[in-house]
Ligand binder design. Structure first.
Ligand SMILES: NC(=O)c1ccc[n+]([C@@H]2O[C@H](COP(=O)([O-])OP(=O)(O)OC[C@H]3O[C@@H](n4cnc5c(N)ncnc54)[C@H](OP(=O)(O)O)[C@@H]3O)[C@@H](O)[C@H]2O)c1
Length: 245
């Protein structure tokens, strides 16, 4: 076990576009990182290399969050490696369009089991560790402003993100005052090449602050939540004002 006075963050989905940037920024801000990936082993290995240049004791593990046994295994590995958990970020997520009325059971399972079931059991495993610690720790769920919008072609995705915001409030109440639990709901930060071919300036038309977000915008909110000691059960929409439309 790595004895460390540094703060430790466990983040799922560290191989993701935004997840990787968040993990790297936290390493730059003095955290040791334990992150999970599912299929993108090469991206994850590359991320770990970069993270270790700021935080050499960091580690990663493969974990399919839709399987509770994988989550339990990842937390076992985590506990062999680190002796504290300051921050848990649930970032792993699946995102693709599913058109009504043709959503299949397989699509529902891959979206909802990853996003909702995976987040729930990750939060539960993290909270089991955190509630035994002598210090206040934090959970941040990554959701999406679409939890507040009616997107016609993303019902399983948006339903799972809305449910995670609800879980955020439940966990915040159950584990207060030991664990502060909040959610960050980004607007568009990275454009997924698989589903959205709208040019960036087209997307920006619906955003009062006239640009899509950057990972640094999300990091500002994360750093605020890591430093705040009187905010729990909240959802911070980081969307350039998109929800005002
Ligand atoms: N980027 C944005 O503009 C944006 C906007 C709104 C909300 N968000 C939210 O912010 C968070 C981070 O987004 P992102 O841009 O990093 O997403 P992303 O690029 O789509 O990456 C998704 C991540 O989730 C992991 N993942 C997918 N299925 C998994 C499973 N079954 N088990 C474990 N891990 C799984 C992927 O791992 P592998 O690749 O290794 O399989 C990857 O690390 C997500 O929760 C997302 O919904 C992002």
């Amino acid at each position: 076990m790595a004895e460390t006075e540094k703060k430790v963050c466990f983040i799922t989905g560290g191989s993701g576009r935004l997840g990787r940037d968040v993990a790297l920024s936290l390493a730059k801000n003095g955290y040791s990182l334990f992150f999970t990936y599912n299929r993108s082993r090469e991206k994850a290995a590359d991320a770990l290399d970069k993270i270790r240049s700021f935080s050499p004791d960091s580690a990663m593990a493969q974990c399919n969050v839709s399987k509770v046994t994988d989550i339990e295994k990842a937390f076992r590995l985590f506990s062999e490696h680190f002796n504290r958990l300051d921050l848990l970020i649930t970032s792993a997520s699946n995102f693709y369009s599913t058109k009504l009325p043709d959503v299949t059971e397989a699509q529902w399972q891959s979206l909802v089991d990853t996003n909702l079931k995976g987040t729930f059991f990750t939060m539960q495993a993290g909270a089991r560790i955190m509630k035994e610690q002598s210090f206040v720790s934090r959970i941040i769920t990554m959701t999406d402003i679409s939890a507040n919008l009616i997107w016609k072609n993303f019902a399983p995705y948006t339903a799972s993100k809305t449910a995670i915001q609800h879980l955020t409030r439940v966990f915040a109440k159950v584990f207060a005052p030991k664990i502060l639990v909040n959610s960050i709901a980004p607007g568009t930060v990275t454009i997924n090449p698989d589903w959205n071919d709208s040019p960036e300036n087209e997307l920006s038309k619906n955003i009062p602050l006239q640009r899509i977000g950057e990972p640094a915008d999300i990091m500002e909110a994360i750093m605020f939540l890591t430093q705040s000691s009187y905010v729990t059960g909240q959802v911070i929409n980081v969307d350039g004002g998109r929800l005002l439309n």
